[in-house]
Structure formats: C-alpha cells, structure tokens
Design a protein around this ligand. Structure first.
Ligand code: F0G
Length: 458
C-alpha cells in the first residue's frame, strides 16, 4: 500500500487556542462593529485573517535569531540577508524595510509621479494605495479568466499580454514600470506562468520599461510552475526562482509571507543607481541602509527563511494543505476560486449569497456568518477592500466578492481544515435564511477596510 501524504516537519512548540460560544461571539462581533480586524485574537478560534507574519518559524530560524548582530551599521545579519537574496533571487543590491508596504513606499517615492500609470496584474491594496496616494493610477491587465471562479486555468494570475501591450502602445510615456504580483493575491492566490513572465519581459523591452515583481508569495508561484508548467517538473524550486527573477529588474518583498518571518521586507534591484535613489528614502522612512527597520535577529531569521521557503518539501506540505481544504469545499458544493490558490481559499460570496444586494457587502456578510458559526476569522476581498473611487468617491464594486480564508504557514493541522470546511458547510446550508447584509457607519478616506465600522441591516 502506498504511504499517505504527510507534513515534512514535526511540532516542537504549541500554543493553546480556545473555542467560544455563539452567544459570546454575537456580543464580541457587535462590539467590534462587524469588522473582524477589531476582534481580540483570543476571541478567535481559527485565525485565517491573513497568512502574513502569522507563520511558525523553524528551529533553524530561532537559533539564527540568537546570533543576530544588532550593530547599527554593517551588521553580520545584514550580510547574511544580502547573501541569501543574492543566492536565492540573484539581485546584487537590496534595502531592508520593516515590511512589504514600506518597500513599496520607498521604491515608489523614487519612481512614481503624479499622472503616471502602473500596469500589472490585480495590484494588492497597499500597492494600489501607494500608487493612488501619489495621484497615479494602477491599471489592471489580468487575464479575463481570473474573474470567473468556476473555470480551471493553471495560471489564473497571469498578465494578459494583449491588454498590457495595448495600454503601453497608448500611454508608454506615462508608465514608470510594469508590476507583476507573484502569486496574484487579489485574484485568489493564483500563480503567474514562466511563459507569461517571459512575455512581459519582451513587451517591457520593446517599450524600454522596468519590470518589478511584487514578490510576497514568489516561492508558492515557483511551486505551481514546477507542478503545472511544461518543462519545469525536473527543476528545483531554487532554479525556477532564479529563472523567474532573471526577467525582472527589481522586486518588492513582504517577507512575512514566503520568507516565513513575523515581520520584515525588502527591495532588491540590479541597478546601483536605483539603489542610490531609494537609499535616501529608506534612510528617511525606514532606517539606515543596513537595517531599514529590521533588527539584526530578524534579518538572520529572514535569511534562513528564504532558504527554507524555497524548499520543495515545505512548499508541497503547505500548498497541499490549502488544496485539502479546497477539496472538502468541493465535496460540500461550496463555490470558491478554482483551482485553490497557494496561500488561501477564496469563497465566491456572489454565488453563496446572491439575494443580498451588493450594496450590502456580500463577502463581509459571509465573513461575519462564518465567525458566528465557529469563531473562524477570514477576511473580505470585495467592495469594502476595493474602496471608493478617488475622484468620484463612489463605492467601487469589483467583479468578484470573495471571502478569503488565508492559511498561516506551518501553524494549523488538517483537523483544523476539517473544522473550517464543516463550519462553512453549515453556513452554506442555511444561506437562504441569511436575508440582510451590512451597512457602513464610519470609514477612513483610504484603505478603509482596516478600520471600517458597520452595522447589521435589520
Ligand atoms: N503585496 C502583496 C501581494 C501582499 O499580499 C501584501 C500583503 C503586500 C504586498 C504588503 O505587504 O503587509 O508586509 O506590508 N498582504 C497581506 C495579506 C497583508 O493579508 O494579504 P505587508
């Protein structure tokens, strides 16, 4: 008999979690103004708010932390991180930052000006925020297949080269660079193929533009290339990653994802002049160029994390767990962005709650119901996150209303996945009894989803 698949690690340290009662959760979510970000973590049983900074570090990472060098300038930890970036990603120059959006802030301060356009594949909200904050525009050139949750596409995160080329043929003079997000978080943790990366490079060369990768989940992207794209089955993840970055000029990184640390980020680039320009902003916003908002121990853990995060066995364990949850939902008939993404399952709230008007925020309504059902915290990727149009101030209603269930790295077991699937099934089975959604009571002018206050429509 063939041995079943199992995790490529064992557990050395545990943290208790506690189930609550429905009555407690009713009270807590009301106090939290129907915003899951406002809950205390102890009010949550299984926390799928994000896979960002919520992973479990390895024994190797913890031991690297103990020998972190906390010198202000020129710390050995900085050089460990520099070597790891060079070895894994191939870039000669880099700047540490405290997290991914800080990397965007520093890099965009050097490159993005008022009136610019930045084409790419479904920019993440902080990326879009940093573009729009500079009175520039994010232009989404993702393939159309991404908006249909039911159809299979092996690389649903792809940039549509025709859309990109058309946009550049019209507005190239106003484009500072092209940004490709690997994996494409907003479209459902969906990967971008090597073929697509190569094509983007070709188009960029034609118009003499830089290509920048928003790299939060680059290793998960490489895993999908290995298992789905012709010609890569016998290559290692590290070889695939090297090829991916051979088509990029620079990258921003939220290390809280695929580098498996709790805090940290960086910018890496080929061009020393760009590094010089960014250094000034890094010193202003983040810290000196050899620490940029990170402590030495954290840079050490990050260096090890880049190595572990690009190991096939680890990635297979991780991505198969997400797939396991997806298969359960398929079994129960619950619609989600198909196939399952690398870091999360994105439940299709338009299909689960079609009778709730979109103005009442279907995905957020579903997120609240799942929390009430079992204390599971997901996150809305829909109209609340999409924010208002900066000019008209009208709500933007994206094609997809998704409830994202992001799975932290090396944290939960498949028993937890079973609980999540059954909780969601229970909500799904009583979906016709959910008659009303939510209304906004108070919101911030930008990135409102973090602090929004809502109430139930009676
Ligand atoms: N880019 C992508 C694709 C991301 O998913 C994120 C963060 C960032 C940039 C910003 O990085 O949080 O370190 O500042 N995503 C988290 C999430 C917050 O839950 O998806 P950060």
């Amino acid at each position: 008999m063939e041995l079943p698949f199992s995790e490529s690690y064992k557990i050395k340290m545990v943290e208790p979690i506690r189930r609550s009662t429905r009555q407690e959760r009713e009270k807590w979510i009301k106090e939290a103004k129907y915003n899951l970000f406002n809950l205390k973590s102890e009010q949550v049983f299984i926390d799928l708010l994000t896979d960002s900074g919520t992973g479990a570090m390895s024994d190797r990472q913890w031991s690297a932390m103990m020998i972190g060098d906390e010198s202000y300038a020129g710390a050995s930890s900085y050089f460990n991180m520099k070597n790891a970036i060079k070895n894994t990603l191939g870039f000669d120059h880099f700047l540490p930052t405290h997290q991914g959006r800080a990397a965007e802030n520093v890099l965009f301060s050097a490159l993005v000006k008022e009136g610019h356009y930045v084409p790419g594949n479904s920019h993440f909200d902080t990326t879009k925020g940093h573009i729009e904050f500079r009175k520039a525009h994010a232009v989404d050139c993702t393939i159309d297949e991404a908006a249909n949750t039911e159809i299979y596409h092996p690389f649903k995160g792809n940039v549509d080269p025709k859309k990109l080329e058309k946009f550049l043929s019209e507005k190239a003079d106003k484009v500072p660079f092209i940004i490709v997000t690997v994996t494409n978080n907003t479209a459902g943790g969906q990967p971008v193929s090597m073929e697509c990366l190569r094509e983007v490079r070709k188009i960029a060369d034609k118009y003499k533009k830089m290509v920048i990768y928003d790299s939060a989940r680059f290793a998960e992207n490489a895993y999908f290339i290995k298992v789905r794209e012709q010609g890569y089955a016998n290559k290692t993840i590290k070889e695939i990653v090297k090829e991916m970055y051979s088509y990029a000029d620079a990258m921003t990184m939220s290390s809280k994802k695929d580098a498996i640390v709790n805090m940290g980020g960086f910018i890496a680039m080929r061009d020393q002049e760009l590094w010089r320009q960014c250094s000034t902003f890094n010193i202003m916003f983040e810290g000196y160029v050899t620490y940029g908002g990170m402590s030495g121990r954290d840079m050490n853990a990050l260096a090890v994390g880049l190595d572990e995060g690009t190991e096939f066995d680890y990635l297979e364990t991780r991505i198969k767990q997400v797939e396991y949850l997806g298969n359960k939902l398929t079994e129960y008939g619950i619609p989600f962005q198909f196939p399952a993404g690398g870091h999360a399952i994105f439940v299709d709230a338009n299909k689960v709650l079609p009778s709730i008007p979109k103005e009442q925020f279907r995905a957020q309504t579903l997120a609240i119901e799942l929390y009430l059902e079992a204390g599971i915290r997901g996150v809305e990727i829909g109209a609340i996150l999409a924010d208002r149009d900066p000019e008209t101030r009208e709500n933007r209603y994206p094609k997809l209303e998704l409830l994202r269930l992001a799975i932290p790295r090396r944290v939960y077991t498949n028993n937890h996945m079973d609980v999540i699937a059954v909780a969601l099934k229970n909500v799904f089975d009583r979906r016709n009894d959910i008659k009303h959604g939510l209304e906004i009571i108070r919101e911030a002018p930008i990135m409102r989803h973090f602090t929004i206050e809502m109430d139930r429509i009676k």
